[in-house]
Write a protein that binds this ligand. Sequence first.
Ligand SMILES: Nc1nc2c(ncn2[C@@H]2O[C@H](COP(=O)(O)OP(=O)(O)O)[C@@H](O)[C@H]2O)c(=O)[nH]1
Ligand SMILES: [Mg+2]
Length: 277
Amino acid sequence: MTRNSSASPSYTLAPLPGTEALFSGPSLPPATPLAVLMTVPTYNEAENIEGLLDRMVALGPEYGVLVVDDRSPDGTSDLVRQYQSRREAHVYLLERRTNRGRGQAGIDGYRQALFMGVPVIGEMDADGSHAPEDLPGMRASLTEEAGGVIGSRLVPGGREEGRTLSRRLLTRAANLYIRMVLGLPYRDATSGFRIFRREVLAAVPWDRLLSRGPSLLQEMLVIIHRTGVRLRESPITFRDRVLGSSTLNRKILLDSLRIVLAFRRRYGRGVRPGSAS
Ligand SMILES: Nc1nc2c(ncn2[C@@H]2O[C@H](COP(=O)(O)OP(=O)(O)O)[C@@H](O)[C@H]2O)c(=O)[nH]1
Ligand SMILES: [Mg+2]
């Protein structure tokens, strides 16, 4: 379903091979064109989604959100639709009917955002751990020579709040492992808060990725790095999820260690000869 009126381009559902989905937009799209579109995968985020939308909309009319929901039983998508009918804001919803999962939701979100032609496209969690207020700083770090910006907990100025010592150590150990195995120069390769130029994302082979889960975050970085594109890191304040429950468990953790080795087999460890530097 697509509802549209007035000035803004009339966005429609992108071709999403292998996924059945519905797409909707605001009843009253703002006259200001979309400059930054953040994709937000959601599964049972009814407690968090309206607060996130309010904070995103407060950044200005050129910022938009694309919620990518997997039929959350708690009615997350109903809340988004209500928001679309009452606020003049770039709030879009992709309701996936098949292939539930964080990895495929992320892929479909990026495909939909690319199809919409927005110049800067990113992703963040719905659970409040990523602060919309950090986005303008990330956008300011997107200088001409950068292909994107990682919102980083582990560069000077970056912070973590409300996290146990074991979670903080886990983040650091995972990043050390990823840096060593994949030869990536980034301090926070596990951060799920990032923005990219659309041309950088357009070069990602979305239908040939290995990831089916959260490891998509690292697979995207390794693919982009191998093409010679460089990202910057900009400090963020990360807050551990306050409401709802995390999908991270021991099995996901072990799977993600294994899949990093699979990335190394497929993509190698260094920059490909012949690619730009
Ligand atoms: N569409 C979709 N989103 C998901 C799925 N699993 C998790 N998410 C969302 O992905 C984001 C990250 O998940 P979260 O539970 O916060 O993981 P953590 O940050 O690693 O603890 C949140 O916004 C979740 O609602 C899923 O199967 N489908
Ligand atoms: Mg989270």
